[in-house]
Every structure is written in C-alpha cells, then in structure tokens.
Write a protein that binds this ligand. Structure first.
Ligand code: ATP
Length: 326
C-alpha cells in the first residue's frame, strides 16, 4: 500500500532557472491489488510523483509511507532495503545491452546477495511467466520493444516487491505490444497482490488497465477516484474523457443515463415493463473501463404525459442514473 500525505516538491532555483513547484500538496492512497493510473499533461508532475514514491526524489514537505514504512524517516541503509519492495519500469526499459535477458533479471538478485542457483531459478520462472521462456539467452537488441518491457517487468519483480511503479511503460510500444503488456501488468497485480501505479499521458491506458485514477494539473490533484465513481460524477473533469458524453440532448423527455455493468438493459427493460412508455435510444457511448463496462445513453421517452412523468421520476430515484431533461 502507498500513502502519500501532503507532498510538495520544489526544485530550487539554479543559475538562469527559476524555482519550480513540481508538486503542490498532493495526497494519494493506493491499496494492495489496485492499479492506480496517474494522468496529466506534460509537466504536471507525474514522473516526479513516481520518483517520490521510492524516494529517488525527496519531497520538500510531506510523508511517503509504503507498506507501513515511512520512507521519509529512514536511514540510507534502511531506505535501500525498503526500495527492494518497490519495483520500477520505464518507457525506455533501461536493460543492460551487454547481458542476456536472464542475466538482466538476475542482476537485482545478485545485488541483494541471493545465491547463484536461486537467482537462476527465480529469474527463469519470472521470464517464463512473462512469456519469454524461449528468450532467456537473447540480448535486448535481439528482442522487440514489447519483449524488452517484459524482461524489465521480470527484472522489477525479481526481488519480490509489493509495489510496482510504471513510468510511461507502454509509451514506446506498438498497439499490439501495449495491449499485451497492459494485460500482463493487470494479471500480475492480481496474482501477486501488488500495489501498482501507472504513470501515463494516455487515457486509453487508464481505461484498459486501471481501476483507480488521479489527474494531476500543475502539480495538484484535480480529480481522483475509482473509475466507476469518476465516470458518474457530474463535476469530474475526467468523467467525459473516460466515457464520452453525447451531444446535448434536444427536445423534451430526453434523459441521460450513466450506468455500469449490464445495468443498461435492466434499466431500459424495467421502464418499458413498469410504465406505458416507449424508449428510443438517441445516442450513447459504451466503454470497458478496467474489467467493467460503463455506458452513457441518451434516451427519449414517448407516451402519455402522466406515464412519462412517472417513468422520469422512477429514473430520478435511482442514484446511479443522472437525469438531463431538456
Ligand atoms: N530535476 C529537476 N530540476 C528542476 N525541475 C524539474 C526537475 N524534474 C522535473 N522538473 C520540473 O518539474 C515539473 C514536473 O515535471 P515532471 O517530469 O514530473 O512532469 P510530467 O508530468 O512527468 O511530464 P512529462 O509527461 O512531460 O514527462 C516540470 O515543470 C519540470 O520541468
């Protein structure tokens, strides 16, 4: 679990450069088993935030607690040990070109003093798990981008961390590799009960792999929450980026409904059964967010005014639905 409390980071002024407030009072919590997407425009502080989680960058103020340890209060030796519990992968993979895939994955284990035989068996098992059983002896130059990122994931997981930080991990990959790496990250989070943070500038990555999201702008958190909550919050700046909103409804008796799961069918069928109304779907968008489907539909209700009114009242009474009667 990661808990950041009131984190601020100021990069002090240097010659010919003014001071930069990269993060301003950021508080954030990621539980085990969650995949948190951190999104935001270029320069909003995403990478700084990732580097603060493992204290590669020290916050100017605020505390960083990872799995119950307050990293900000540890000695250098203690911090080194704690960092083994935090794996990290990067856009550019950062593999050693002169070493095989197997040797790359073994490296952090060697540094941690793990014996040769155990090193080999753990690294082999991890490379098999990420789908590279036949590439143990390949060098990075002989691997595709997606395969290199899989080696990097195996290497990050070798010390058996509880936390995995991914900084633009799929930004250099083609769409097919992106899909398989995101799926792998999601699966590994579930299998190993990891706390995973995905730094990305792509909303699509959030939609496909994350269950929670935080939006940074100018170093501040401007939106955060579980995807299912964010999409149905009217004032959320991320809601329509996750689930596009159809053009504003025209005419009377038009309602907009935002629901998760298979609820659409249930909601519409229920209306038709209970009330003497006809329901026409005018527009809508449906997205799979994480492993759940969400939809935003505009529907028009036709029928006798009293029946339509009753149907609208019924919709308004359901908390997961939002009414937008024109
Ligand atoms: N070492 C540093 N020294 C001075 N300023 C820095 C340093 N690192 C980052 N910054 C500044 O802090 C701000 C946030 O940078 P950061 O790299 O965290 O943003 P980002 O959201 O990850 O951007 P991008 O998506 O472009 O990578 C930027 O204004 C950047 O110029």
């Amino acid at each position: 679990m990661i808990t950041l409390t009131h984190i601020s980071k100021v990069f002090p002024a240097r010659r010919r450069q003014v001071a930069v407030a990269a993060l301003d009072d950021v508080s954030l919590r990621v539980e085990r088993g969650q995949v948190m997407g951190i999104v935001g425009p270029s320069g909003s502080g995403k990478s700084t935030l990732a580097r603060i989680v493992n204290l590669l960058e020290r916050p100017t103020t605020g505390t960083v607690v990872v799995d119950g340890l307050e990293l900000t209060s540890l000695s250098a030796g203690e911090l080194n040990r704690a960092r083994r519990g935090i794996g990290m992968i990067f856009q550019q993979f950062n593999l050693l070109d002169s070493r095989t895939a197997l040797a790359n994955v073994e490296l952090p284990l060697a540094l941690a003093g793990v014996g040769r035989a155990e090193r080999r068996s753990r690294a082999t098992a991890l490379l098999e798990r990420v789908g590279l059983a036949d590439k143990l002896d390949a060098h990075p130059a002989q691997l595709s981008g997606g395969q290199r990122q899989r080696v990097a994931i195996a290497r990050a997981l070798a010390p058996r961390p509880n936390v995995l930080l991914c900084d633009e991990a799929t930004s250099a990959l083609d769409p097919v590799s992106t899909t398989s790496v995101l799926r792998l990250l999601r699966e590994l989070t579930d299998e190993l009960d990891l706390t995973t943070v995905l730094i990305t500038h792509e909303m699509d990555v959030v939609k496909r792999a994350c269950d929670h999201v935080t939006l940074l702008e100018d170093g501040r958190v401007v939106d955060a929450g579980a995807l299912g909550d964010v999409v149905s919050r009217p004032d959320s700046p991320l809601a329509t980026r996750l689930l596009p909103r159809p053009e504003r409804p025209v005419g009377e008796q038009v309602v907009e409904i935002t629901v998760g799961g298979a609820e659409h069918d249930v909601v519409l069928t229920e209306l038709i059964r209970r009330y003497d109304v006809q329901v026409a779907v005018l527009a809508g968008s449906v997205e799979t967010l994480g492993d759940q489907r969400f939809g935003r539909l505009q529907v028009r209700l036709d029928g006798a005014p009293a029946e339509v009114r009753a149907a609208l009242d019924h919709l308004a009474g359901r908390p997961e639905l939002r009414e937008a009667v024109a």
